[in-house]
Design a protein around this ligand. Structure first.
Ligand code: TYD
Length: 207
């Protein structure tokens, strides 16, 4: 595969969407050949799976079903969207990836790292990102900035204790997955954007 694959991670309200928008504008202005995509989603089938996972009415969904649906959406997205773009030499930027499953389902839900690694074997072995940018802000600080959670989103409704656990899960991944680079995003969105660009340049993802 000729292109580079980078992913963005962070807790709810970490400013990921804003940073991805700013990065997209930056790359477009410089004529970089890239696609921006997301998980769960990024292809027709995966977007359908996304609706099932995030539907606030699906309160009876068990943790294993949740983890398997994320993994199913992921492999379809990888094969249908990510791999063809990488083969064409494009830069692929993905909003969330398997590290979300490790932090949310593996750690916060308690399914364990091994289970998540098993059901995401292809993603971890064949589509290991060149770089994962972790927007590092605690959910408590992030929710203060965001003024609360989305009432229709099943994951956002899980409460602050769950999201603090997700944050702890991410922190535990850092020594295990050296390609995850934390970015402090306690400053303004412009400062964070500059930090993201600097990181991408330092890692030779962009010139
Ligand atoms: P989204 O609205 O895209 O959230 P955000 O803007 O915070 O990225 O919804 C994605 C939700 O799915 C989010 O709560 C994180 C969660 N998620 C997992 O729990 N496991 C996963 O593997 C992925 C990809 C996402």
């Amino acid at each position: 595969m000729k292109g580079k694959f980078i992913t963005f991670e962070g807790c709810e309200g970490s400013g990921k969407s804003t940073q991805l928008r700013l990065l997209s504008e930056y790359l477009t202005a410089r004529g970089v050949d890239f696609i921006m995509t997301r998980e769960p989603g990024g292809s027709g089938i995966s977007e359908d799976i996304r609706k099932i996972i995030l539907n606030g009415k699906n309160t009876e969904m068990c943790d294993e079903c949740e983890a398997l649906l994320y993994a199913a959406a992921r492999i379809q997205h990888l094969k249908q969207t990510v791999a063809p773009a990488l083969d064409c030499g494009k830069l692929v930027i993905c909003d969330r990836y398997v590290h979300s499953s490790l932090a949310y389902q593996g750690y916060a839900r308690g399914l364990g790292t091994e289970y998540i690694e098993d059901i995401n074997k292809i993603a971890l072995e064949k589509f290991n990102p060149d770089l994962t940018v972790f927007l590092d802000i605690s959910p408590t600080d992030a929710f203060k900035r965001k003024h609360g959670a989305d009432k229709n989103d099943r994951m956002e409704q899980l409460g602050i204790a769950f999201h603090e656990k997700v944050y702890e899960g991410y922190k535990r991944l850092l020594p295990l997955y050296p390609r995850i680079c934390p970015i402090d995003c306690g400053g303004t969105k412009e400062q964070t954007h500059l930090n993201v660009i600097k990181l991408l340049k330092d890692k030779n993802i962009i010139n």
